[in-house]
Design a protein around this ligand. Sequence first.
Ligand SMILES: C[S@@+](CC[C@H](N)C(=O)[O-])C[C@H]1O[C@@H](n2cnc3c(N)ncnc32)[C@H](O)[C@@H]1O
Length: 206
Amino acid sequence: MGRSNPYTADRFSRRAKAEGYAARSVYKLQEMDRRHSLLRPGDRVLDLGCHPGSWLKYAADRVGRRGRVIGVDLEPTPAAAANVRTVAADVFALEPESLGPDEFDVVLSDMAPSTIGHAFTDAARSAALAERALELALRLLKPGGRFVAKIFLGEGEARLRDLVRGHFGRVKFAKPTAVRRRSREVYLIALDRRGREGAEGEKGEK
Ligand SMILES: C[S@@+](CC[C@H](N)C(=O)[O-])C[C@H]1O[C@@H](n2cnc3c(N)ncnc32)[C@H](O)[C@@H]1O
């Protein structure tokens, strides 16, 4: 690998390896979690796009033995701990009921499409994944719940913000330090899911 290759091992990759995480992306979640208290002991967490499993392992540690983490990915992913279950599935085909009867405290999506290097197409595919993650989050989150979704900058993030508005108390975008400087990815962070009654009332808003 040449020295100009942006994917050459950097400090986050080296740290992830040393700390036993499957991917450097764990430090994106860690930074957002530290800033926004996303994950709490006893939480039930849904991790969409969980392969190879660094967010799974981090979330499993944070929620502890009383918590539960379910990971979903196209790729089969080993369950990182006793409080983790993984499902190999395409989120577009996923039946929310198949994840069990209980609602979630947190829905995370680090899903990314296979990129083709065409910025518009890649951003559109990323937006479709983020919107699907939101659709699942709105079905599955408890009132007060938290939602995080990766999206590539393009047209999609403004639309995603519009779709989220009214359903959560606080919404913002973040670019954690571990996101590579040249990357177009950002994370939507939506906190304090409003209760169903509030959300129903807001459907006709705008
Ligand atoms: C950047 S990786 C996630 C890394 C993971 N958060 C970690 O820390 O180990 C993005 C993942 O999204 C998954 N993905 C993309 N499209 C998907 C879909 N339609 N359904 C489920 N997973 C999908 C990919 O298979 C890939 O594993």
